[in-house]
Design a protein around this ligand. Structure first.
Ligand code: DQA
Length: 151
């Protein structure tokens, strides 16, 4: 059974009340619940962490090495600023899928660049809370393919 670490970056604790026209009305707890339901169907486990602090997220990525098969991450604004998060993902080399609620390419130019994208398997952006579910499916599919190819 695969275990997946779900990381939520800064300001995502305010989902539900934060700019609902952009990010939707679901709370982070509701998104995590949806992910747990999807994980049960996929027969994997998910553990979610949220932090507003870059270093905490870096530590969580390091700690994932011992415990998880893959990472699903919405790094929030750190997506566009954090070389440290990118380096942490590259360092642990765990398969990682990047997700965003909003379509970052339809928004301000400063959101068009992701430091995470080059070290991720792929990115899902713009499907609201469904981005997380789609990202989980993509990650689990990738892990299964990897398992098949490596035996
Ligand atoms: C976000 C997009 C980022 O640009 C923004 O800073 C966020 C949320 C999203 O999920 O759409 O905090 O990652």
């Amino acid at each position: 059974m695969f275990s997946i670490l779900v990381l939520h970056g800064p300001n995502l604790n305010l989902l539900g009340q934060r700019e609902p026209g952009i990010y939707g009305s679901l709370t982070l707890e509701a998104i995590d619940r949806q992910l747990e339901e999807a994980a049960a169907v996929l027969q994997v486990t998910v553990s979610s962490l949220q932090s507003n602090h870059e270093g905490f997220l870096v530590d969580a990525i390091h700690d994932a090495l011992e415990q998880y098969h893959g990472i699903l991450i919405n790094a929030g604004a750190y997506t566009h600023t954090s070389i440290a998060l990118r380096d942490a993902i590259a360092a642990v080399a765990l398969p990682t899928v990047e997700v965003h609620l909003s379509n970052i390419y339809r928004r301000e130019p400063f959101r068009h660049h992701s430091y995470i994208a080059p070290v991720a398997i792929g990115q899902i952006s713009g499907f609201g809370a469904d981005s997380y579910r789609l990202g989980l499916h993509a990650l689990v599919h990738h892990l299964k393919q990897l398992e098949l190819s490596t035996g």
